[in-house]
Design a protein around this ligand. Structure first.
Ligand code: NDP
Length: 320
């Protein structure tokens, strides 16, 4: 049985701000990019309501609308946006080599350059009451959503650097922040712990877990359980922030590209280059620190510029 193989100069995997920005730049550079959107076209922002911190939107914009606009902008310059999931990759480690990517287990692609923008997925506790109230007061991004809880009482779950950073961010906006750490110590750096401890309106509770998120349509409170005593207690809050880590979407790249110990793609220096010539990574899949739409967009731009320079340097054209 013969197989159809589609050849292209530039394949973009993933459709968040990084992927679309890479697409805008790659299309304008005549690289004829083809993007496969993944399972969640538009990425993490499609699960956000209001985006108030992306420059250029003085009145804010809702996440799904912003992603539709980014898609339209990428298409305006000729990006071919398709729904599909990269399910396997076989990268060439030679300069000028051809990278093979399988889409939806059935379609075969050969690309001169690949821009990976598959993002990361925030981890949640997994409680049904938490899942029900996502978008109704449960958020995994304090920087995105904290503003909506100005002068209100909120809680944050987690004891790592993200939780500590977000707790101090929230403490500047909110009346009170209850920080729930499941163990008897925080994992965050000493400097971050110090910032948490010295904030007068952060109440730190160790050995504490969320037993239930309370509220029908919006968050009204939490039932907390103390893991040592077994004691349960209800507190009133209007916002719950989950900061227990992210999982980079890199499962299909394992063994094909250098990942760090947490599974994020390693990039070289200040570039988006990976250890594989012609394969570039942008957005949250390679960034565990900033994780903002605007920083993802910035690295998407960099990836397209890096890919363009790479193509010029190898001067290899497989498409007539
Ligand atoms: P981490 O994996 O470092 O920390 C996760 C935290 O969440 C831990 O305290 C963990 O508890 C807790 N946790 C995990 N699962 C649950 C659960 N089901 N219920 C309750 N608590 C849970 O993730 P971060 O996102 O904080 O950080 C990721 C990486 O990014 C780290 O290397 C960090 O240093 C880095 N980072 C650096 C920043 C900076 O330098 N400015 C800012 C943000 C992140 P436990 O400890 O008990 O496992």
């Amino acid at each position: 049985m013969s197989e159809t193989i589609e050849k292209m100069k530039c394949l973009i995997i993933g459709s968040g701000p990084a992927g679309y920005t890479a697409a805008i730049y790659a299309a304008r550079a005549d690289m004829h990019p083809i993007m496969f959107t993944g399972m969640e076209p538009g990425g993490q922002l499609t699960t956000t309501t209001e985006v108030d911190n992306f420059p250029g939107y003085p009145e804010g914009i809702d996440g799904p609308t912003m992603m539709v606009q980014l898609q339209q902008q990428a298409e305006r310059f000729g990006t071919d946006v398709r729904i599909g999931m990269a399910t396997a990759v076989q990268f060439s480690d030679e300069v000028g080599g051809i990278h093979k990517v399988t889409i939806d287990d059935t379609k075969h692609i050969e690309a001169e350059t690949v821009i990976i923008a598959t993002g990361a997925t925030a981890k949640y506790l997994g409680l049904p009451s938490e899942q029900k109230l996502r978008g109704g007061g449960v958020s995994a991004c304090a920087v995105c959503d904290g503003f909506f809880y100005k002068n209100q009482e909120v809680a944050i779950v987690g004891g790592g650097d993200t939780a500590a950073e977000e707790a101090t961010y929230l403490a500047n906006i909110c009346k009170k922040v209850t920080m729930l750490v499941r163990g008897d110590a925080m994992r965050a750096s000493k400097a971050m712990q110090h910032r948490v401890i010295s904030a007068p309106n952060i109440e730190l509770r160790y050995n504490s877990e969320v037993d239930e998120v309370l509220g029908e349509n919006v968050v009204e409170g939490l039932r907390i359980v103390n893991k040592v005593t077994g004691e349960k207690e209800e507190i009133e809050i209007t916002g719950l922030f989950i900061a227990i880590g992210h999982k980079p979407n890199t499962d299909i790249f394992k063994g094909q590209i250098d990942l760090d110990e947490m599974g994020y793609i390693k990039t070289i220096g200040k570039t988006t280059k990976t250890n594989i010539p012609g394969v570039f990574a942008s957005g949250d899949v390679q960034d565990k620190e900033y994780r903002q739409a605007v920083t993802a967009a910035g690295t998407g731009c960099m990836a397209a510029l890096d890919a363009e320079r790479y193509l010029s340097s190898v001067q290899k054209v497989i498409i007539a």
